[in-house]
Structures are given as C-alpha cells and as structure tokens.
Ligand binder design. Structure first.
Ligand code: BGC
Length: 756
C-alpha cells in the first residue's frame, strides 16, 4: 500500500499502475500486487470464442482453440436487420464467455464496408453507419447483460487488410464523422460498451493507437466513453505516446514494457495518466462483477438453436423469378445436390475470428436427412474448392446427374483462401470454375437453385439469369446445413436484407480508384459517397441494391403519414404506415425509411437510411408501423460549423430496399440555422446578409455615393451581380470604385465583437 507522503511507496504504486498499461500475457491484463485490480482475460471474438492454449497463442486464428459455438459472423447477423435477435446471440455468446472464464469478448467489429474487397468484411456489419451502429449496439447490450465486456473494434477507419499495420487512411472530416466514426459513436452513445479496441492503421498520418484526438478528445470528450481502450494486437509502436493519447492497455504482453514507468519516473509523462488507466481498469472489473448473473448456464443445444435462427433470418433471397423456392420435395422426382460446398461447407471466415465449432452439419447431410423417404437426393461435387486437377470429369458427372434430376440445388461460394484477415480480395466474381459448372448444369436442367456461401458479396450479374433462384446464405456459423435446409424447404420464410450493395462490376465501386492505396496511404477520395450513397448519387445500376431481400410472401405498403415535431423535440418526425402481408404465408418484412435532405445546406446524398423496423405478419394480416426519426440522426457535418441540421424540405421515402421505395412524402422540418463567423474572406453576399455587418456596410456604401466604376456596372447586371456577390470582401475592397477598403471592413468586424 502506498502511504501519502512516502515517496518510495508512492513510486512503487506508480510503477504498479504503469505496469497495467501493457498486457501481462497474450490475452490478459496485468494484476500487480497491492493495487487490488484483478487481471482481465480477453478472447476473440466476434462470433464465438477462440480460447487458446496459453502456451501457444496467436492472433491469426492459426492455432486450435477450445470448442465453442460458432455463431453466424457479423455479415449474416446484420442481414437479419433484427436487433432483438442479435441481442439474443450476444447473450448466448456472453454465457459461453462466462463458461470459459473470459471477461472481454473482442468484438463486435463495426468498420464500414468501404470496398467489397476488404478481406474482413465478413466480420463487419454494413456500408451504412446508422445500421451498423444500431445492430452492433444490440450485440454489445446482449454480451454485457451477462457481465461480459464487449470490445468494439477496430477504432477506427480500418477498412482494408492490405498494409493494415501501417497504412494511413486519408479521409476528410465530413466522411470521417458521418461515415467512418458514426457507427462507433452510435454504439458508444446507445450501448455504453465497456471497452474499445484501437486499430492498427494511421488516420490522416497519425496512428489510431497513439491518437489523442481520437482516443481522448473525441471518444471520451465528445462521446462520453467511460470504458477502457485496448490496442489491437501489436498496434502500438510508442507505448508512452499511446498511453498519453488515451490508450489504456497495450496488447499483447509480454515482453514487459518499462517505457511508461520510466517516463513517469523522469517526469516526461504525467502521473495522472497512469492513475486514469488504473481507475478505468478498476471500473471495468467492477462493471463486470456487478452485471454477472448469479448462475450462468451454458446450454450448448440452445446456443446451436440461436445460431440456426439467426443464420436463417440472415439469409437473403436475392431472386426467385422462376418460383422454384420454396422447394416442395413431394413434387420432385429427384433432387441433385451439386457443388463441393454442399459437403465441405464454408460457414465462417479465416483469421482471428475463427472458432473451433462444437458441431457442424453440412448442407448435403441436412437435405439428405430431411428428405429421406420423400424424394431421392443425389450428390456430385462439380468442382474442387481449390485446384482443379480433374475439372472436366467433375463437371461431366455433375451435368449427368442434373440431367437426370427434376431439380438442381447448386452450392456455390468463395473458397476459404479468397477472403481472410490479413489480405483483401482482388475480384468480386465467383471462381470461374463454379460459374462454368453452373452454366453447364443449367444447359441440361433449367430448374436450378443457387445457394451462395461467402462472407463478402459476389456479383451475380454475369450468371443471374442462368439460375431460377438465388439465396445468399453468407456465412451461417455452425448450424450450416440446418439453415440451408430450413430456407430452401420453406420451413423458414427468408426475411434477410442486404446491408451492403452488390455491385455489377468492381469498376463501379466507390473506392475503385483508391483501394487499397499505395506508398503507405489510401485516399478516401469518394468522401461520404460510400455504398448506396455513391450508386444513387451517380445513378449506377447495381446487381442488388442495399436493403434488398425477397420473401416467399409479398408485402404491401400504404397510408404513409408523417408527423413533424417541434424543434425542441429530439424526435424530428414520426412516420406511420400500414404494412400488409398480401401473400399466402407468414413472413417478416424490413420496413426501411430513407430521407433525402433538400435543405441545400451542404452537398447531400440523394437519400440516406434513417430508420428501420422488422415486422412479422401472418398471411393476410396488416399492421400500423410507427417509427421515430431522431433529429440527431438527420445531421451532417459542415466543415466549419460541425454537426448541423438546418431543417427545411425533407423527402421521406419508405420502402423494401433502397431502390424499391413504395411511399413518399415531402415535409418541412424545423432545424437550427448555423452562423458562420464573418471574416474578410467571407463573400460580399454573406456580409450583406449579416444582421449587424449588413446594415453597417450598406450605410457606408450609401454615404460614399454607392458602388461605382466597373464594380457598379457589374452589380447592375443580373449575371455580373451574382459574381460580385460571390467575391470575398477582401478582394472587392481592392477594386477602384468599390467604396469600402480593408480598414473599413476590419472596423466593421471589430464592431461585431467576439473577434468575428
Ligand atoms: C485482430 C483483432 C483480434 C486480435 C486478437 C488482431 O490481429 O485485428 O481483431 O481481436 O488480433 O486476436
């Protein structure tokens, strides 16, 4: 214990606190004696636990870990658009963590899907920050309800794997705040995560893990984050700079890092900094203890069923033009299951998130057992996952089987090597051998259903019409086969929706010319125009739009009403509409609200997602759905004024996808005008419009006989007038005939007070 006034003991206590700033081992924080702060154990994350043998750890998912439920990765969870379901997954994951002695689960990962090529997109939620933030908040709430801390990662702007430990993401402030930081802001404000993981990369040149603005001013200052920040594994170069910037724990440890203790001892680092680290780790342990349930149950079967439910709710029915789905097996003479992925499933991604699943059923096994005694199910691999030595024979056999069957279920997707932590893809196409197989099969049997397994989108543009139906299963987690059978056989009516656009061509993507950058920099040249914001602004055809996903039933939208609220209300407007299940089976629809801001305050995307609700309805039933759209969620970032919502005309669109808008209304919404300080560089127009400077300038001009000479002529001409009004006061003051000089303008500014 340190005794006040005893320098030696105080030094020892400070040393102990300094030692907290580095991990004690690969997965745990330090617990120096006498501080009363216990060691906190962390584990990956995000969609299941990866608890490793402590003698042989790694952060690349190379080593085996203890068996754990492999829940669906984020791409699939997000496609449910269902916060309540995601919360249940979080709760189950929390219970798994408790059963394995884990205090912090390293997830969710909420980086924005800037490019479909990012190798870790399967671990992320969406191209839209509000959606990513809302859904990930549910995961955080679920985990933390069990007394297990979430660790929201990778903070921030970690949108690619190429050069990830070093690359500088060079991004303008508006895109940074509106797109790349916004999901984190939503989670911090709505779900209060107990930890955050700082990213590897640099942001505008400054390493995220040593970034005072990011970790202290923004995260803690503006957003009120009260938790601890841990670094990504190996992200810290300068441990003193990192702690000073607001990082609490540098991971992993050992080797022991004495630099922080030395800096405190020689006075170059304030003691207060390590005191704060100690306080935050103490708080973390307290929060965990306070929320731990009295008796934690680990029910493997229940967790498997949660996985199955979430995976089937996340499946996206991309197209079903030929009406082949759901399959009615009693009407099929025989069903050919084709594709190596039917017996060697891809159900999760590679890297630090890889879970050693408790069980796994393949698509082929599930279909065979479900259809046993109903119809014949036969199998042919059709292609090899990697390397194609006997490609011709594989295709020939599959084609023969297809020709002999009444229906073909073909399993296609990305091989494991195509998408993994640590590297990005270079194409959005399916492997060529799979597309060739599909064409050959469809040529002999047009009744083909494609089941896709991939963690980031593949374009179907080149072969969509070859298939009668396509279901995007993403990565299902361990309930793989059951999920596929549930959806294809219609036991589950698909209701998943895309949380990212599927482009037609890689060349159409917003970051195409700026991904993955070069020479240590990647320029976010597309600004805020990420995902559908880009495709809509440029009217680019897409393969499937953001928000798309069909059902085995149909939904009608009617009677939109928008009630605009008073300026003081945090809700800007409430929308109400009626949704009717107009088909013949129960199903769920994700009602999406997009708002186009016509205020002209800034350059704006055509429209942006501002709210959503998942509604489940029996056949024939209707429900009145109401949604509050918050004023904060309508804001944009002005380069000088910061977050603004000026109000004005808003176009409210409600639909089933970003490009299937069923109802629209134009409304006038009150907002807050923003005032920019007047300077010598402000245009003449702003001077004249200013409530104090305007009259003063007009008076001076009148007193001096008006604007004369060339400037006077231009002001008298409608086109010229516009150009003069757009000129800065400083420039005008230098022209002959303009009656106000620089000193006059400065005097007017001085009269405004406040230095403006
Ligand atoms: C990954 C993190 C992961 C950590 C620990 C890093 O390489 O980027 O997401 O949590 O390793 O395995």
């Amino acid at each position: 214990m340190s005794i006040p006034g005893d320098d030696r003991d105080n030094g020892t206590a400070l040393d102990a606190k300094a030692s907290l700033t580095a991990g004690a081992d690969y997965w745990s924080t330090a617990a120096p004696p006498d501080l009363g702060i216990r060691s906190i154990r962390m584990a990956d994350g995000p969609h299941g636990l990866r608890v490793q043998d402590d003698d042989n750890p790694d952060h690349l998912g190379l080593g085996r870990s203890l068996p754990a439920t492999c829940f669906p990765p984020a791409v699939t969870l997000a496609s449910t658009w269902d916060p309540a379901l995601i919360r249940q997954v979080g709760e189950a994951l929390g219970r798994e963590a408790l059963s394995q002695g884990v205090d912090v689960v390293l997830g969710p990962g909420i980086n924005i899907k800037r490019s479909p090529l990012c190798g870790r997109n399967f671990e992320y939620y969406s191209e839209d920050p509000l959606l990513a933030g809302r859904l990930a908040s549910a995961m955080v709430a679920g985990l933390q309800s069990q007394g297990v801390a979430a660790c929201v990662k990778h903070f921030a702007v970690n949108n690619q794997e190429t050069d990830r430990l070093r690359v500088s993401a060079d991004v303008d402030e508006r895109a940074l705040r509106e797109i790349y930081l916004r999901a984190f802001e939503v989670v911090v404000r709505e779900a209060d995560p107990w930890t955050v993981m700082s990213a590897y990369n640099r942001i505008n040149g400054v390493p995220a893990s040593e970034n005072f603005w990011l970790l202290t001013e923004l995260l803690r200052g503006e957003w009120g984050f009260a938790g601890a920040v841990v670094s990504d594994w190996g992200a810290v170069r300068d441990s003193v700079a990192a702690v000073e910037a607001g990082l609490d724990v540098r991971m992993p440890g050992p080797p022991p890092d004495t630099r922080v203790a030395a800096a405190v001892a020689n006075g170059s680092l304030s003691e207060e900094v390590v005191e704060k680290v100690a306080a935050r780790l103490r708080l973390l342990a307290e929060r965990i203890a306070a929320s731990r349930p009295a008796a934690a149950e680990m029910d493997e079967e229940a967790h498997h069923q949660v996985t199955r439910r979430a995976a089937s709710q996340g499946a996206v029915l991309l197209h079903n033009d030929a009406g082949l789905l759901p399959v009615d097996p009693s009407r099929e003479r025989s069903i050919a299951v084709i594709g190596e992925l039917a017996r060697t499933p891809r159900y999760q991604g590679a890297g630090s998130s890889a879970v050693n699943p408790r069980r796994l059923v393949t698509g082929l096994e599930a279909l065979q057992s479900r259809l046993d005694g109903v119809t014949d199910v036969t199998f042919s691999p059709g292609y090899a996952e990697e390397g194609d030595a006997d490609a011709d024979t594989l295709v020939k056999d599959a084609v023969a089987l297809a020709a002999d069957s009444s229906l073909v279920l073909i399993f296609l997707g990305l091989p494991p090597a195509a998408e993994a932590e640590g590297r990005d893809r270079t194409s959005i196409e399916l492997p060529a051998n799979q597309v060739e197989l599909l064409r050959a099969v469809a040529a002999v049997n047009p009744r083909v259903v494609v089941a896709l397994s991939n963690g980031s989108p593949v374009t179907t543009a080149g072969w969509r019409n070859t298939a009668g139906a396509i279901v995007e299963f993403w990565l299902t987690g361990q309930a793989h086969g059951e999920t596929i059978a549930d959806v294809l056989l219609g036991e589950v009516n698909p209701s998943g929706k895309l949380t990212e656009t599927v482009p037609v061509r890689l060349e159409d993507t917003p970051s195409y010319l700026n991904f993955p950058g070069e020479h240590g920099h990647v320029r976010y040249g597309e600004g805020i125009y990420v995902g559908y914001r880009w495709y809509d602004a440029r009217a680019i055809d897409v393969d499937y739009p953001f928000g798309h996903g069909l059902s085995y039933t149909t939904f009608d939208y009617s009677d939109l009403e928008v009630t605009v609220r008073e300026l003081e209300d945090p809700v800007a407007f409430t929308i109400a509409l009626t949704i009717t299940n107009s088909g013949s089976r129960e199903g769920a629809e994700v009602v999406q609200v997009y708002v186009g801001d016509h205020s002209g305050a800034l350059q704006m995307p055509v429209r942006e997602l501002r709210g959503f609700a998942k509604v489940r309805l029996p056949a024939g039933a209707s429900e009145r759905v109401t949604l509050d759209i918050r004023r904060d969620d309508l804001q944009h970032v002005h380069p000088e004024a910061g977050w603004i919502f000026t109000g004005g005309e808003m176009e409210v669109c409600v639909g089933s996808s970003s490009r299937d808008l069923r109802l629209r209304a134009l409304v006038d919404v009150p907002g807050h005008a923003y005032e920019l300080p007047l300077t010598l560089w402000s245009p003449f127009r702003e001077w004249l419009a200013h409530p104090v400077a305007g009259p003063a300038v007009r008076r001076l001009i009148d007193e001096r006989g008006g604007v004369r000479g060339r400037m006077g002529d231009l002001l008298g001409d409608p086109v010229g007038r516009d150009s003069v009004l757009g000129n800065p006061m400083l420039a005008l003051s230098q022209f002959p005939g303009f009656p106000i000089n620089e000193a006059d303008a400065e005097a007017v500014l001085a009269g405004l007070g406040g230095g403006s």
